[in-house]
Ligand binder design. Structure first.
Ligand SMILES: [Zn+2]
Length: 192
């Protein structure tokens, strides 16, 4: 198209062009917050025992459990993930590269049953503590998946049912999964 013809085209279609630009700018807002979510549970420590609220939901997973962990030393949670894997649920876990040195005791059983584990070394720390159950449940809060979080610290986590939130968290999980490095061997079982 010659310059003069292009100018005529723009003048003739100026409202269409402006409309398309506005639509393009607003497109990312089409699915933005606020979105409804159902609060399935809220847990605090102390008292100890919040871990059982979490494992109860993990035992209900039918399709997939995707985890982003910083500390991961909880044998109860590790065992719940192993049970999930053994009944055919896809389990994938990202852990912080540096804190992974303390996670061996709880991570080793996962690797031994074929759960995919990756180490994220792309950040100062991978500090997300998130679990995605199937395509609609999000677990998140300050609570690390550790014995300390359950028995010694003051922590919280929520279990939310929201397809929208699960999708947003899954998108973020996928970014970290892509740059995290697969574990190449079963980690040493050194207790924290
Ligand atoms: Zn990352």
């Amino acid at each position: 198209m010659q310059k003069s013809n292009l100018l005529k085209f723009i003048i003739k279609n100026k409202y269409l062009i402006v409309g398309l630009i506005v639509m393009g700018a607003l497109a990312p807002l089409a699915h933005t917050e606020p979105q409804p979510a159902e609060v399935l549970a809220v847990y605090f420590t102390p008292p100890t025992g919040a871990v059982h609220g979490l494992t109860k939901h993990l035992d209900g997973a039918k399709k997939s459990i995707r985890v982003m962990a910083y500390g991961f030393t909880s044998v109860e949670i590790s065992q719940a993930l192993v049970r999930a894997k053994q009944r055919g649920v896809l389990v994938e876990l990202i852990q912080d590269e540096k804190s992974s040195q303390n996670n061996g005791e709880a991570i080793a059983p996962l690797v031994e049953v074929g759960i995919f584990v990756r180490n994220d070394a792309e950040h100062a720390i991978q500090h997300n503590k998130v679990m995605l159950i199937d395509d609609d449940v999000v677990v998140t809060g300050s609570y690390n998946f550790t014995n300390s979080a359950d028995k010694r610290n003051a922590e919280n986590f929520m279990i939310l049912k929201s397809v929208y939130a699960a999708k947003r968290y899954a998108e973020n999980w996928a970014i970290h999964w892509a740059h995290a490095k697969p574990l190449t061997e079963v980690p040493k079982k050194k207790r924290r």
